[in-house]
Each structure stands twice: as structure tokens, then as C-alpha cells.
Ligand binder design. Structure first.
Ligand SMILES: Nc1ncnc2c1ncn2[C@@H]1O[C@H](COP(=O)(O)OP(=O)(O)OP(=O)(O)O)[C@@H](O)[C@H]1O
Ligand SMILES: [Mg+2]
Length: 158
């Protein structure tokens, strides 16, 4: 079966260049505009590729004005934004996917939206309708690749 087999046309795939911080900011605004309770956004990509920068852009667009630290050590940081509770996870230091229960991942999805850096540490925890954003950096060029439910296509305009 081809990798992009999608009989019902339910899956959205796209890519966009992120040449500068302004581009990441604009993408953050677009994601924020479509984010609803129960949504998960998985931010894939190597060390330093820009995952936290995009998570921050999403949180800023949702009205978070204070500091947005990288939750590398706390693993999760939650934000009560005017529209939505948003939990920002960084699973880099997760020792086992079993820790996701202690970290309140299910509750975070029940009560709001989640942004997940290093999703490969607990891929099974992600809901099936996760929006996957894979960031790459090659010779100074940053690219974001998207896979997820079709409704994101109209929201992201990419
Ligand atoms: N679109 C962009 N254009 C230029 N610089 C960027 C862009 N996105 C991120 N950066 C820069 O890349 C650096 C690393 O970004 P960031 O901390 O977001 O990466 P990360 O993927 O979260 O890293 P980690 O794997 O450590 O969590 C920062 O200095 C940030 O300003
Ligand atoms: Mg990070």
C-alpha cells in the first residue's frame, strides 16, 4: 500500500518553508486559529530545529503574555488562555511512555489542547486525529511538513 493511501480523502499533507522567525510566528497564528479542546499538535524534529519556537508562537497567538519556558525539565507546562487550556509537553526527558498517565496527558486532552515536543517518546499517547508537524533544517533552510485531519487544510492555508 502506498504511503499516501487515503481512500476517503481524510488526510491533509502539505509543506511550507519557515525562512525566518516571522514565518514561524505566522504559522503559530494559523495553528492557534484552528486549535480546539481535544486537539493534539505533535512537533517532530531534531534538537534545535525550532519546535519550542513554534509552540511559543502558538501560545502567544492564543494570548499568553508571560514567559513561555521550554518545559524540558518540568515535561509539561499548562496555560489558561482566554479561549482554551493549552498544555505544552516536552517529552525529551520522558523515561517511559507509562509516565504519560502521571503527567495527566488524558486529562489535558479532555480539558484542552496539547502541544507535544519529542512525540516519538510516547507516540501511542497521541490521539488518531493529531496534527503532525515535522520540522527539518537543512543547509540553513527550515521546512515544516504537515500530516493530519483534512479540516486543517482550510485553517492553515499551506
Ligand atoms: N523559523 C526560524 N528561523 C530562524 N531561526 C529559528 C526559526 N525557528 C527557530 N529558530 C531558532 O532556532 C533555535 C532553536 O529553536 P528551539 O529552541 O525552538 O528548538 P527546539 O526544536 O525546541 O529544540 P529542542 O530540541 O532543544 O527542544 C532558536 O535560537 C530559535 O530562535
Ligand atoms: Mg524545544
Amino acid at each position: 500500500m502506498a504511503d499516501n493511501f487515503d481512500p476517503g480523502g481524510q488526510i491533509f499533507r502539505a509543506r511550507t518553508a519557515l525562512p525566518d522567525l516571522a514565518a514561524t510566528g505566522a504559522l503559530g497564528q494559523a495553528v492557534a486559529a484552528g486549535l480546539k479542546r481535544g486537539d493534539a499538535v505533535a512537533l517532530w524534529g531534531d534538537l534545535g530545529v525550532g519546535k519550542t519556537t513554534l509552540a511559543r508562537a502558538i501560545l502567544r497567538a492564543l494570548g499568553v503574555t508571560g514567559e513561555v519556558p521550554s518545559p524540558t525539565f518540568t515535561i509539561v507546562q499548562s496555560y489558561e488562555t482566554p479561549a482554551l487550556l493549552v498544555s505544552h509537553y516536552d517529552l525529551y526527558r520522558l523515561k517511559s511512555p507509562r509516565e504519560m498517565a502521571e503527567l495527566g496527558f488524558e486529562d489535558a486532552l479532555d480539558q484542552g489542547a496539547v502541544l507535544v515536543e519529542w512525540p516519538e517518546r510516547a507516540p501511542e499517547a497521541l490521539p488518531p486525529d493529531t496534527l503532525h508537524i515535522r520540522l527539518t533544517l537543512n543547509d540553513g533552510a527550515r521546512i515544516a511538513r504537515f500530516t493530519g485531519p483534512a479540516h486543517w487544510q482550510e485553517i492553515l492555508h499551506v
